[in-house]
Every structure is written in C-alpha cells, then in structure tokens.
Design a protein around this ligand. Sequence first.
Ligand SMILES: *Cc1c(COP(=O)(O)O)cnc(C)c1O
Length: 377
Amino acid sequence: MVDSALFPKGFRSLSVPTFRATTVPFSDYASYRDRGNLPRSGYSYGLAGTPTTRVLQGKITELHGALDTFLVPSGLSAITTTFLALCRSGDVVVIPDNVYPPVRRFARDTLARLGIETVYYDPREPETQLRGLDQARLVWCESPGSTTHEVVDFVELRNLADRLGAWLGADNSWASPYLCRPLSHGFDIVVEAVSKHLSGHSDLLMGSISVGSEDLARSIHESVRSLGLGVSPDDCFLALRGLETAKLRIRESGASATKLACFLSTHPNVAELLYPAHASSPENERFTTQFDGPGSVLTCVLAGPGGRDFEAMVLRLQHFTLGASWGGTHSVISPAVLDTERTVDRRYCGSDLVRLGVGVEDTDALIEDIERFLKIE
Ligand SMILES: *Cc1c(COP(=O)(O)O)cnc(C)c1O
C-alpha cells in the first residue's frame, strides 16, 4: 500500500502520485537558510528528488537489502558516476573483459584523461592478469557479462578485492535483484540499468546505485550532486509501475528463454550456446549457486566462419525486433560481432554472435521465429 501521507485528506490510490518540482517552497526563513543541513532524504530542490523519487529509491534499496539508493539518468551513468565518485588520479581500476562496451570507452577516454589506469581481467580467471597488481581502488564485476554471459565466482572476486584493498562493485542489470542480490555476496556497491528489467517496457532510461554503507552513500551522494544528476518524477512513476510486475515478467521471460535455449542447444546452425542457466553451460553449477533463476538474455555463436548475411536473415523475423537493449516485454534480437570490445579473451572475436533478449510473447511463436531466422538455405 502506498504511504497514506502522500495523499490529500480523504483520498487514496493504489499508485504513487507523481510530484514534479524545481522550486520547493519553504515556509520560514530559518529552514530555507539551513536547507544545506537537511538529511539526504529531505527536500530542498527538485533536482535532488521529490516524494515520487524517494518511493522508488526506497523500493530498490529494499530489494537489494541496501542502506541507500541513488537514481541517475541511465544505467551507463550509474556506472560512470560510481567510478567518478570513488576514484582519483593515480588510482587503478580493475574491469572485466566482457564489461558493457560503453564502459570500456569511458575508461579509455574519461578515466585515462583523469590519470586513472584501467586493468582488464578474464572473468573466467580473474587473478591471471592481476598477479602483478597489489593495489586498486575499485574492482568491477558484471556477471553474467555482456553478450557472452560468463559467470564470475563472487567469493573469488571478493578475495581479490580484499587483496587489492579495493571496493567491489557489480553491474547487476542481467539478473536484477529478483535473481541476484550482490550486497548479500559481500559486494559494496550494486548498480542496475533500471531501463532494462526493472522498468521493463523499453520506454524509459534510468540507472540506480545502491550501497551498503554510510561512507559509500556519502561519496556517491556527493558525486551525484556535484555532477548535477537527477531523474524525472514521471520516469520514476513509470519505473514504479514497471516494478509491480518485474518479478512476474522476469519469471516468464526466464522460462521462455530456457525453452529457447533448449531449442538452440541442438540446432545444427549453432556452434555454442552462451547461457549459464542451461545445463550444457560449463558455468551452470556456479550460476545456480549464485542466482535464483534463469535470466531472459542469451547468445548463440553461429556455426562456421563469420560474415553471415544478417541482412537477409533479419527479414525473416516476425516477432523479434532488431535493435539494442533487452529486459522489456518485447523480444529483441541483436546480431553481434565482437572485436574492439575484447582485449583479454578473444575466443569469440570474428564469430557471428546473436544475442536474444526474450520478452513475454508466446514462447512457441518465438521459437518458430528463431527457426526461420536460422534456416539453412
Ligand atoms: C543496458 C546496460 C547498461 C546501460 O543501461 P542504459 O540505461 O541503457 O544506459 C549497463 N549495463 C548493462 C549490463 C546493460 O546491459
């Protein structure tokens, strides 16, 4: 039930009201003058949030078992804000090779310009490239990772971060808090692309940063403020509406993705299925111990050399939409050729990869669609 204090006397609704504001009026001069001393949850100016924003922050905080959550305009800005909040010139950050590709660009352009060095690790064996390193500010994790979905051992990564004296942060967008709660695995920070599963309808952009300690909350809050980041209360309303069905959507699309994975795992045109929730994955055991159910995103590596005629293949699709992103009610297909996105593990570079973000349409119709797409001429 929505907090009754959010409604005028005599009225209630089952959804959270949308409060929009730039100016927040103060009733007396002293409280206006001292507004800088308000707690983080207080209201002083629209950019720092309204009651609508606070309800969404509170829900994500609760889902992650966090201390506090900050909302920013995109999943990417949740990642970049975290890095900017924690790192300074001379620091080293440690990033997985299968990281969301725009993060690699951010590290190369922005972090390098600030004098922050990036070291990449193989998510399958994090210590290998890092043996010579004895200190870092932040160890980043994305598990399962972008496009190829490798699963990292959380205990091993926590030990690595401890050895390096580093914060440990996770991009949990693949799983969402419904399938994984990194803070309960010893992570310090978890970010979500709210644009994906949590809002769930492919129509809004938002990111969240949740932290488990007051120290980190202060650092992230300071950065969010000084960078001038905020989100629209209308988008918070839509994200809150999306959250009401997130668990159901994730369960449904995960079940559908599992059936698609079974179909793909024996298809003659598929050389390898990259989906840790499937029994054929070498990481299936690790996945099932760290995650509470199957996710909705999977990738297949097509058989034979790369360079397929994707142009002709996508014309045969009737249900999957060609495009980027996933996590919504509509299924999305993204052909991918990895190249500049990988520097450590180049196993899949040059192959034709196809990533599927499974929505909530009829599973049989989706399987028939992929059958047409993969048809051997
Ligand atoms: C999509 C995505 C992001 C970025 O989210 P946006 O809201 O689109 O900026 C970050 N991490 C992962 C793993 C993603 O898939």
